[in-house]
Design a protein. Structure first.
Length: 168
C-alpha cells in the first residue's frame, strides 16, 4: 500500500508538471508522508516582484531628476537663503538618491531563486521603510527652505529683507 501511494502521488506530480510546462516554474515540497509533491509558486508572485522592481527603478529615476533640478536652481536660491540650510537639503536629497538606487538593486536581486532572492525581498521591504524616512527628511528640509527661510522669494523677486520681515 505504501508503494502504491507513492506511485499514485508520483503520477499526480508528473501530470501537474506536464500541465504547467517549462514556464510553469514547479516547486516541490516534502509532505507529511515524506513524499515530494508539487506546489507551484503563489499566483502572480513573479508579476508582483516585477512591479516592485519597476516601482523602485521609477523612484530612483525620479530622485535623480529631482536632484538634477535642484542643482540647476541652487545658484538662484543661494542668493536668498543661507548656504547652511540649503546644504542640509542638498545632503538629504543626495542621501535619498543613493538609497533609492540601492533599493532598486536589492529589489532586482529579489528575482534570484533560493535564499538570496528571499533575503533580497525581505531587505527590500525594510529598505522601503527606511526610504520613507529619508523622503520625509528631504521633504521637511525643503519645506523649511520655502516656508521658514523664504526660498520662494528667489522666484518672486522679493528680497531677503522682505522675507525676514524688515520693512525699511
Amino acid at each position: 500500500t505504501g508503494a502504491r501511494r507513492f506511485f499514485r502521488r508520483h503520477e499526480i506530480v508528473e501530470k501537474k508538471r506536464r500541465e504547467l510546462g517549462p514556464a510553469g516554474n514547479p516547486r516541490f515540497v516534502v509532505n507529511d508522508s515524506r513524499v515530494l509533491t508539487h506546489r507551484p509558486l503563489a499566483p502572480g508572485r513573479e508579476r508582483g516582484d516585477l512591479l516592485v522592481s519597476v516601482s523602485a527603478a521609477s523612484l530612483a529615476l525620479s530622485a535623480w531628476v529631482a536632484t538634477q533640478t535642484g542643482e540647476s536652481q541652487e545658484d538662484r536660491v543661494e542668493r536668498v537663503v543661507a548656504r547652511g540650510v540649503l546644504h542640509d537639503h542638498e545632503e538629504a536629497a543626495e542621501r535619498f538618491l543613493v538609497l533609492s538606487g540601492v533599493l532598486m538593486l536589492v529589489t532586482a536581486a529579489g528575482f534570484v531563486r533560493g535564499n538570496i532572492g528571499r533575503a533580497a525581498r525581505l531587505v527590500s521591504a525594510a529598505g522601503a521603510l527606511g526610504l520613507v524616512v529619508a523622503g520625509v527628511q528631504v521633504g521637511h528640509s525643503g519645506g523649511t527652505l520655502v516656508y521658514r527661510e523664504g526660498a520662494a522669494n528667489a522666484y518672486t523677486g522679493a528680497s531677503k529683507a522682505v522675507a525676514d520681515g524688515d520693512d525699511h
